[in-house]
Design a protein. Sequence first.
Length: 462
Amino acid sequence: MDILPAKIDLNLFTFLSKQTQWLMGVNKVLERFDISSEREEYTVIHDVVESGIEFKGTNLWILIFAIFIASVGLNVNSTAVIIGAMLISPLMGPILGMGYSIATYDFALFKKALVNYLFAIVAGLLTSGLYFFVTPIYQAHSELLARTQPNIYDVIIALIGGLAGIVAISSRNKGNVIPGVAIATALMPPLCTAGYGLSTGNWPFLFGALYLLTINTVFIGSATLITVRLLRYPIHNYADQHKRRIANRWVSFIALLTAVPSIYYGYLLVQKENFIQNSNNFIANESYIEGDFLLKNELNPALKQIKLIYGGKTIGEAEKQRLVKRKAIYGLHDATLIIQQGFSINDVSNELSQTERYQAEINRLKAQLGSTIQKQDSISNFKKMGNTLFREIRPLFPEVRYCSADKQTFYNGASQQRHFTVVVLGTTNPKKTTRDIPRISSWLKMRLKSDSLKLYVERSTF
């Protein structure tokens, strides 16, 4: 009768042992997430937060320099330059200060943080607006455009970035978390983009960028507030319960008011990306038409429109209807499909015939131009022949003082014409030269290789 209880006790002991081991394992895992051993003293954390709030002296100059650098980066579309500006920007200080002060109900510190933050925003708008007012480059590149269309994903980034920022400040091992948070949440680019919109009068840019800046501000501050409350930071006792409730309600209201539009814009972004992905799949799998090839495709997510431009044979209505029906398989029920004929084979044949005619005319004109140029070159070269003839004829007939040679056309008034090579000799002894005309003519005909020759002799005048 004593054996049964012993067996029961042994089974119970085995069960409890396994449960204990499991709990110890869970406890070891949870210990890895425990930051209490690394937490900084509350007074030190308070001093760090408070020192990062004020914008004067060094902090203010660094902010101005960071704004100029970020503006240049946005202007020339350089991501590296923008990241550099975010690394040195002190803009996160007052945002963390606002979240920290509301969490601890330190309303005096909140007022100080808010005033400094608004001052930094005004300084940033004026600085970036001044830069974009004087810069000769007005083109809005992708880095500028990316700051004008915030959505729910920017809210998520700001929340997580704020959590990382306040946890880093609370820890003795801060590392390079704060610069990383500054890059991830991207506080500087929307501020500078708002300055661009203000300077150029582009109001969608201004309000879109200010909305992104508001998202970052509200949700970095909200994440800071939540973290400070969870870590049980000391609360200022002089804040009464009524003021605390009002503060909490305002924070909830502002966070909700800021988040609602971003949810809508996030929905539009998801719809746009899905449309682009489905359209690309449809084009890749269904756009083939025998005898045609796809020249170009255009997608318009805002209008849910797909435009396909083909080249080849004329596309029949049956093929068009087939494509219209197939698009529904890819989730494009409400999308409009536009099929256009870039050119058909018949058009190409007609254009080829016309092109051949144009080419024949071009070749004829080229030949005519070549002949004209050749004649001009021949005439130009022949005019220089007078000097050559003079140098060769002078040793044979010393009395010759100058020589001129040219090709001339003679008309007889009866629509008849003849071409002759005309040579004029200037001589100091016309009688002797006249007697030598037969010899000179024979020599010139051989030299010029021409029988159509007219030779004139005159007394030398120089």
